[in-house]
Design a protein around this ligand. Structure first.
Ligand SMILES: *Cc1c(COP(=O)(O)O)cnc(C)c1O
Length: 388
């Protein structure tokens, strides 16, 4: 069997940690009960497991367990937050502020709300991918009900100044939602210190299972109202109906527990590997780093490469390394990345970009192997272009 490519697409998803799988397994078979069954042991066992996971996740972001609502992932959490707030606060105003570089799971619900008459401001970003706080403040209006700015970008890894954004939202008494899908378990998050009212989370970017996530919804100071988007059995305080997916919830809790144990050491380790790869690639002429050089995720590296055809480069690398290009990860279409476009890149340069996502299982050996191969590939593609 030929060797599988080295996996460096950890922003798209991560392999599940085997310790997470082990924690989940009993909840598919022996402990299969419905956590809402209050009359027997099967239900109690499942309920206890869900409670434990909820506490772990709440502790991870410094909120109380009642403020965690389980969802199918960050896409659903973002939809619930944005549409749920729009519906609940409709009478107070119909203006929402977000950012051009947000994930589609934030941008598309916002675009949907525009069809219902809401006004959305899509803030630009600076060349380094960060928002300008003065521009944010200038765009706040009396009818603004929500500001939605992600913690960590899924393409260029930049970390938005959450604390400062939280402070501005507090000053104007506006709700603050953040998409934390790329950040949970990788950088410390504290919804109190950051004055966050709603925070979207997912398990599969942090070595947990796919299909499970959560929305933090603040219940005190202020108590945030939210209109449910799924109606039914009334689970999760009526905010998100549907039988709780116990094995996935257990896995989510375990994934967070493991990530927090190693958060500092792992961040440092990935940063060193990332910097090594970065140095090697940037030593080539016409290779540029995308996003802020230091204010970003340790495992992220996004570069634009002049003078190569993006599609040809990806094709040449396909068997060597699994990563993503500067085109939208909306898989079915290949448009240039809206994030790189927001940084001011041309379509051509956006296509000629590579996103590396290092992860828990990335080794020094892997980084050294691919670094040289990518350099060689870029050079030979450039030479071929010149000769043609
Ligand atoms: C992956 C991702 C999502 C979508 O999360 P799912 O759990 O797959 O629905 C949303 N936002 C960001 C920033 C992401 O990276």
């Amino acid at each position: 069997m030929s060797q599988r490519p080295i996996y460096l697409d950890n922003h798209a998803t991560t392999p599940m940690d085997k310790r997470v799988l082990e924690a989940m397994l009993p909840y598919f078979t022996e402990h299969f009960g419905n956590p809402s069954s209050i009359n027997h042991l099967y239900g109690w066992e499942a309920e206890a497991a869900v409670k434990k996971a909820r506490e772990t996740i709440a502790n991870a972001i410094n909120c109380s367990p009642e403020e965690i609502i389980f969802t199918s992932g960050a896409t659903e959490a973002n939809n619930l937050a944005i549409k749920g707030i729009a519906e609940a606060y409709f009478n107070q105003g119909q203006h929402i502020i977000t950012v051009q570089t947000e994930h589609r799971a934030v941008l598309d619900p916002c675009q949907y709300l525009e069809t219902l008459g809401f006004e959305i401001t899509y803030l630009p970003v600076k060349k380094d991918g960060l928002i300008d706080l003065e521009i944010l403040e200038k765009n706040i209006r009396p009818e603004t009900i929500l500001v939605s700015v992600m913690v960590a970008n899924n393409e260029i890894g930049v970390l938005q100044p959450l604390k400062e954004i939280g402070r501005i939202c507090k000053k104007y008494d506006i709700l603050f939602h953040s998409d934390g899908a790329q950040a949970i378990g990788k950088i410390p998050l504290n919804v109190q210190a950051m004055n966050i009212h709603l925070l979207s989370l997912t398990a599969h970017k942090v070595y947990g299972p796919k299909g499970i996530g959560a929305l933090y919804i603040r219940r005190r100071d202020p108590r945030v109202k939210i209109a449910p988007q799924l109606h039914g059995g009334g689970q999760e305080k009526g905010i998100r109906s549907g039988t709780l997916y116990t094995p996935q919830i257990v896995g989510f809790g375990k994934a967070i527990e493991l990530a927090l144990q190693e958060i500092d050491a792992e961040s440092q380790r990935q940063k060193e590997l990332r910097n090594r790869l970065q140095k090697q690639l940037l030593s080539l002429e016409g290779v540029h780093l995308n996003g802020h050089p230091t204010q970003r995720l340790s495992g992220n590296l996004n570069v634009s490469i002049e003078g190569v055809d993006g599609a040809a480069l990806l094709l040449a690398l396909q068997g060597i390394v699994a990563l993503s290009s500067g085109s939208a990860c909306t898989s079915t279409t290949t448009k240039p990345s809206h994030v790189l476009k927001a940084l001011g890149h041309s379509d051509k340069l956006a296509y000629g970009s590579l996103r590396f996502g290092l992860g828990r299982f990335t080794t020094t050996n892997e980084i050294d192997t691919i670094g040289q191969k990518i350099v060689d590939t870029i050079q030979s593609l450039r030479q071929a272009t010149v000769q043609n």
